[in-house]
Design a protein around this ligand. Structure first.
Ligand code: SAM
Length: 332
């Protein structure tokens, strides 16, 4: 209500618009302060020395976080890990927060929100000089940290159960389109020794897949192809997987990716879409993909329309054992 002067309403807005705390968390994660404390560096001067930063400023940052419930300061100038600070030791948290890697791209990209809201298009290039994927291509270290965040170190081991309808006995060949560093394909092949796989992604990304495929003992059964999924895909496989792909793209590009899958899967292949399609009663929400790429989630009805344009018909949809909503399509 306009003019509401209650302290509760003011405090709420102040808390919600506080940028100080998120940046303090990013800074201590980037400086690995929790790791330094975990190995016995508890004094502020030692912490500042080891982290190569200004002791007074670091002290103020840590005190701010103590006030927010992250870290403890049992005696002045001495810091300890509490339950929340312990989470900063988790490598997946570090990947998402480290300002020197993809965590910095994800954090600074929110600065483009105003332009994005005004135009309805991503404005990532206004911050970083290039659109998102081109920026990653120009910065291989950032690309590697993005792949790690998407892959095993960030998201853990994926569930290999990707079919809503079952019927694995009919599947001998699987293509994971935009499959990153191969974590999902590795799990599918590990679970089913008769299947051969193809991993498609940018050349730099598939080059990073070998250790994951080897560790899973499946590299002999995987072909890796560094190509764009906007170009024709290898034809004739039984199953094409799009996991967390379509929600990265506006409609025109998403329809083109689906068309590429439809062409390659004709006449008898299937396409499994995991992520990016939601049940019809879902409410659309703001996502990092919108800011980075202009992508979005779609309801099943919206997706059905897009799939139809691409020459695909929806055969089934539902929740997988992982809890993820998935859709299966066939070429029309
Ligand atoms: C959100 S990630 C999902 C990765 C993987 N499917 C997963 O679920 O972990 C999107 C993937 O699409 C890949 N990608 C983006 N544009 C591409 C293109 N034009 N051709 C091939 N791969 C692309 C990225 O490199 C990245 O691995």
């Amino acid at each position: 209500m306009t003019g509401d002067k209650t302290p509760g309403a003011r405090a709420h807005l102040n808390v919600l618009s506080d940028l100080c705390t998120p940046w303090c968390i990013h800074v201590v994660a980037t400086l690995r302060i929790a790791n330094l404390i975990a190995i016995g560096n508890t004094d502020i001067k030692t912490l500042a020395e080891k982290a190569e930063c200004n002791s007074d400023f670091l002290h103020r940052v840590l005190r701010h976080l103590v006030g927010k419930g992250v870290f403890a300061e049992p005696t002045p100038g001495q810091f300890a890990l509490n339950e929340v600070a312990l989470e900063l030791l988790d490598p997946s948290q570090q990947l998402g927060l480290d300002l020197n890697g993809i965590g910095g791209r994800l954090a600074f990209a929110w600065g483009s929100l105003l332009s994005t809201v005004r135009t309805g298009a991503p404005a990532y290039h206004e911050i970083f000089g290039l659109p998102f994927w081109e920026d990653l291509e120009a910065h291989p270290d950032i690309a590697a940290s993005f792949d790690a965040l998407m892959g095993l170190p960030g998201h853990g081991t994926p569930d290999p159960e990707v079919l809503v309808t079952g019927g694995w006995e009919l599947i001998q060949t699987v293509v994971d389109v935009g499959g990153g560093t191969g974590a999902l394909l590795a799990e599918i092949l590990r679970a089913r020794s008769e299947i051969q796989g193809t991993l498609i992604d940018f050349p730099g990304t598939v080059a990073r897949a070998s250790s994951i495929l080897q560790a899973a003992g499946v590299s002999e059964r995987v072909r890796t192809i560094g190509q764009s999924f906007f170009d024709p895909l290898p034809a004739g496989a039984d199953l094409y997987i799009l996991k967390s792909i379509l929600n990265d793209w506006p409609d025109r590009e998403a329809a083109l990716i689906l068309s590429r899958c439809a062409e390659a899967a004709r006449p008898n292949g299937r396409i499994a879409i995991l992520g990016g399609v939601l049940p019809n009663d879902s409410v659309s929400s703001l996502s990092p993909e919108m800011i980075l790429l202009g992508g979005k989630d779609r309801t099943l009805s919206e997706f059905r329309e897009l799939a139809h344009q691409a020459g695909l018909s929806v055969q089934a949809s539902g929740l997988l054992p992982s809890g993820r909503f998935a859709v299966e399509c066939r070429p029309m």
